[in-house]
Design a protein around this ligand. Structure first.
Ligand code: ADP
Ligand code: MG
Length: 315
């Protein structure tokens, strides 16, 4: 099967861990072992990943340079895809020395009129106390918002429309290359009236970009790997109940949090509806079992999905 695998933040950095090069590499090494199992099981992989903490760090570093303007977010998105993609390619290569790899910068077309540009929602960089966040917002022109117990910088997260490198990616996949791309949701670009493309300051949600990529590649499966074993109804309550195998209509009406599970469920629904193939959400360590169908939450559509449903707990 061709599987698009999206690595969540925790695959790169566990919650609360300082963002150091060593921590990042140690986590990516864990992810590489898991991804290696999928390749050994005979699957073709296209790997994507998030960049929230990394792009925020790069923005802070860039802002700290005394006599130059800070670099725009599209350039920092590209940098973050390089700093993460490099280590993924290297660690995967150490696990699978006989395979070919490519890490591609990926431009993703967005609509310049997307309402995200007037309503930034995507948290990037570290968490601050409210007072510090307000001071930084004043000094640097940031928009800020509460994220759990912390306050963070928020930036526009427009909807991805087209993956510009999709054809190149599929050429590589056809030749057996394991591709890492659309890192951090890809680099957002807009098309000007004369057809030229330019970057725009935003960070695309990696789950939405990955779902679009999986659609454009017509992947057999789309898997989002994170730090929770699947999608729960009543998450965080005593009634919490893990969804194991569900039809898209069973999750479509539910409200999952916008900053975390919401985009994953939406991305899964979009992919399943567009392709008729399953999407799944679960824990990084469970990847092989998720693909076989024994772990995580699988979101499916159509009769084929129904036929596999026996013995499965639903709501
Ligand atoms: P990633 O970096 O992998 O994208 P996110 O933080 O965006 O991770 O999303 C995973 C988190 O979503 C989990 O750690 C969990 O705390 C949170 N979450 C919110 N609602 C739910 C839910 N209904 N079911 C499972 N997890 C949920
Ligand atoms: Mg996320």
């Amino acid at each position: 099967m061709l599987i698009v695998v999206a690595l969540g933040g925790n695959a790169l950095l566990r919650r609360g861990e300082p963002m150091t090069a060593e921590n990042q590499r140690a986590n990516i090494r864990r992810a590489a072992v898991v991804l290696g199992e999928l390749v050994r099981a005979g699957h073709s992989l296209v790997i994507t990943h998030g960049n929230g903490p990394q792009v925020g760090l790069l923005a802070l570093q860039s802002a700290a340079t005394p006599d130059a303007d800070a670099f725009p977010l599209d350039v920092l998105d590209a940098e973050s895809a390089g700093m993460i993609g490099y280590v993924i390619e290297q660690e995967l290569g150490n696990v699978l020395p006989d395979r070919l790899f490519a890490t591609l910068l990926t431009q993703v077309k967005v609509d310049p009129c997307d309402e995200a540009f007037s309503h930034p929602t995507k948290p990037i960089g570290p968490g601050y106390t409210e007072a510090t966040a307000r001071r930084l917002a004043g000094e640097r022109g940031w928009r800020i918002a509460q994220d759990g117990a912390n306050w963070r910088r928020v930036v526009p997260s427009p909807k991805p429309q087209t993956i510009l490198e999709a054809t190149v990616i599929s050429f590589l996949v056809e030749r057996g290359v394991i591709v890492t791309c659309a890192g951090g949701g890809g680099v957002p670009v807009i098309e000007l009236e004369d057809g030229r493309r330019v970057g725009i300051e935003a960070v695309i949600d990696k789950d939405r970009a990955s779902a679009l990529l999986a659609r454009e590649l017509n992947a057999d499966m789309f898997v989002m790997l994170t730090d929770v074993d699947g999608v729960y109804l009543g998450y965080g309550t005593s009634q919490a109940h893990l969804l194991e195998r569900v039809h898209v209509r069973d999750v479509s009406g539910n409200d999952f949090p916008a900053g975390s599970m919401g985009p994953k469920v939406e991305a899964a629904i979009e992919f399943a509806k567009a392709t008729g193939n399953p999407a799944a959400i679960g824990r990084l360590e469970d990847a092989a079992a998720i693909v076989r169908g024994g772990r995580g939450t699988r979101i499916d559509i159509g009769n084929q999905a129904r036929a596999h449903d026996e013995g499965v707990t639903e709501r």
